[in-house]
Design a protein. Structure first.
Length: 294
């Protein structure tokens, strides 16, 4: 089983060009399956749809969220399809698996006023302040994923046109809009902040630390939390919160859902549609609060 998993992960890396993070996610799902098969004393050729369904049921019993079970189902489907196409197994037992229904929980967002308070609380007269303001402004202006912001490079930034080229999930490249406030914050950082952080071997990553190295995802999470705390924001904050707020505020401002889908880099419009539920909830709350018979 492990040889088959290793071969499949290599296929995802070389033939499909999928990210390390996605490869690791698939490997974790298949490692869980391998462990379960070992416990049940089942060989690969003995696996049918019922066995895979039982495996997913156990994962649910173990507390795995529906979103994670949906992802695991996708991993099973692509793995067993690959095995069938390679002739390792005669039939694909995962083809008829049904993914778990998505959770009904809505993405958390911040109000426009709270985002403004947060961003404007950061002093930009010191290099790290200028950098952190630019980071948060870009998150909110462009709806970037954390990994996309970490990997952003100077040569991908077009300040004249106000665009940044990023490579997202599945190695797909897209252009994201850099708004006026974010442009100004980035210009300030590139002029007065980044040059003071650059060292001899510094790469072309836009955002770097005090030693001139690119910022890691964990470091950016720390920056986001620290700056929120200093701004007096008590809510639980994380980088993706600004991505959610970006999409929700665009929708509330009248932006077309297809445009938001393109800006976020969603492959499927159904992923973007969750923000319509957030917007609808806001309408209900406003109506209930201000209408005499709300």
């Amino acid at each position: 089983m492990q040889d088959k998993i290793d071969g499949f992960i290599k296929f995802l890396a070389i033939e499909r060009g999928l990210s390390d993070a996605y490869q690791q996610s698939v490997a974790r799902s298949l490692a869980s399956l391998s462990h379960w098969l070992s416990e049940k004393n089942l060989a690969l050729r003995e696996i049918g749809t019922d066995e895979l369904a039982d495996f997913l049921k156990q994962r649910k019993a173990e507390g795995l969220q529906s979103s994670s079970r949906r992802l695991t189902t996708v991993h099973l489907k692509i793995f067993f399809r690959w095995l069938a196409q390679a002739g390792v197994i005669e039939m694909d037992p995962a083809e008829s698996l049904i993914a778990a229904k998505p959770d009904q929980s809505l993405p958390e967002t911040l109000s426009v006023a709270l985002v403004k308070q947060w961003l404007e609380s950061i002093p930009t007269d010191v290099p790290l302040g200028a950098r952190d303001r630019a980071i948060l402004e870009l998150f909110y202006s462009s709806g970037l994923r954390l990994a996309e912001l970490c990997e952003a490079r100077l040569e991908w930034l077009d300040m004249e046109e106000g665009f940044l080229r990023v490579t997202g999930k599945g190695s797909k490249t897209r252009l994201v809009r850099v708004g006026g406030s974010a442009q100004q914050a980035i210009k300030d950082y590139l002029s007065n902040g980044r040059p003071k952080l650059v060292k001899r071997r510094t790469s072309s990553h836009i955002f770097i630390g005090i030693h001139g190295s690119p910022l890691t995802p964990e470091r950016i999470r720390q920056i986001v939390k620290t700056r929120a705390k200093l701004a007096g924001i008590d809510s639980k904050v994380y980088p993706h919160l600004l991505r959610h707020s970006f999409a929700t505020h665009l929708l509330e401002g009248g932006a077309d859902l297809r445009v938001i889908q393109e800006l976020l880099g969603h492959a499927d419009i159904s992923t973007t549609q969750i923000y319509t539920h957030v917007s609808s909830k806001g309408l209900k709350d406003t109506h209930r609060k201000f209408h005499p018979r709300g």
